[in-house]
Design a protein around this ligand. Sequence first.
Ligand SMILES: Nc1nc2c(ncn2[C@@H]2O[C@H](COP(=O)(O)OP(=O)(O)OP(=O)(O)O)[C@@H](O)[C@H]2O)c(=O)[nH]1
Length: 372
Amino acid sequence: MVERSSGRQIPVVVLAGFLGSGKTTLLNHLLHHSGGSRIGAVVNDFGAIEIDAMAVAGALGDSTVSLGNGCLCCAVDGSELDVYLERLARPSAGIDVIVIEASGLAEPQELVRMVLASEHPRIVYGGLVEVVDAAEFEETRARHPGIDRHLGLADLVVVNKLDRAANAEGLLDVVRSLVERAAVVPATYGRVDPELLFDCRPAEERVGQLSFDDLHRHGPDADEHAGHLHARYDSLSFASAAPLDPRRLIRFLDSRPEGLYRIKGYVDFGSYDTVNRYAVHAVGRFLRFYPEPWPAGAERLTQLVLIGTGIDSAALRKELEEVCGGEVPGASVVPGAPHADEQGMWGVLRYVQEPDDPQGQEDPQGQEDPQG
Ligand SMILES: Nc1nc2c(ncn2[C@@H]2O[C@H](COP(=O)(O)OP(=O)(O)OP(=O)(O)O)[C@@H](O)[C@H]2O)c(=O)[nH]1
């Protein structure tokens, strides 16, 4: 494990992987199992509302920085990243390792190049980790053959969501055939040994492994922005102070268009549940809600990011506006009082994991409808 010392260099690990593969889940796992190492995180969200940053900020306090709205690989130039890395690398921050969570549409080689180009004396490139969604991998690959190239660059490939994979061994073999030098590690809910990411090999050795030449060799056409994955995707950010109506939201989600691959964020159901907000995740046809108590003092807002290809953003926004339940924002409601429409939440609750299931073992085969 990395030892803290103000004189030593800080490895910067790039954590990449397609939309919804489990990068934030893995980062949160690392934060909670870092064995005393202090992790700084740079989170790059694709949408204008920084859902990923919100999901890790609680665990990190001031050692997370967020680079929202657009892929770091193009929208933010290297010097901006440098400023953030410098902030996290200052000795007073006491950080041992920095993890950059790339957006699900980033080109990993661009991020690696930016880290390698950093002239900060305390920063050293610490490797590329690619997260693969075992349940969606074959389909994603078919749509985006460039994913194979990303795996070819990786130092570590985490094949995540094995609980949802129909043929885990077969899939691991396919992934192994695609990587060049990486270790391939199966995982559920991103639960990997942090030692695999920090300091498994001396930092200098890692830099030597992935040279600028390598990056160019693997690049599709390094300057071709149009060739980047994210050039084909649109994102829509939606925020509402008016609570959402659960039945209408489920209707909206059930009829979501094919190209709308990823939805994430937090939903306020107003007087239907005054205690909890509902984190929502859709990845392909997979859908889950995760109720969690509203953080103290948090503004009661619904904040969603929708990412897809060939989506009609204006039409989706209009549909979402119609999902708002007509409740007056902030109207006083009796906490814990039953809602007049007691069955209203049933549709949502079908997509909530059972509370007594240990996280990571309970996903009912990742079905679109978890209860049949
Ligand atoms: N069944 C199952 N679900 C998982 C696993 N890992 C993550 N998830 C779920 O997959 C969804 C997406 O996970 P995230 O960690 O947000 O994925 P991400 O790669 O950060 O997503 P983007 O930033 O949008 O690209 C969430 O609902 C997670 O709870 C797993 O191993 N098994």
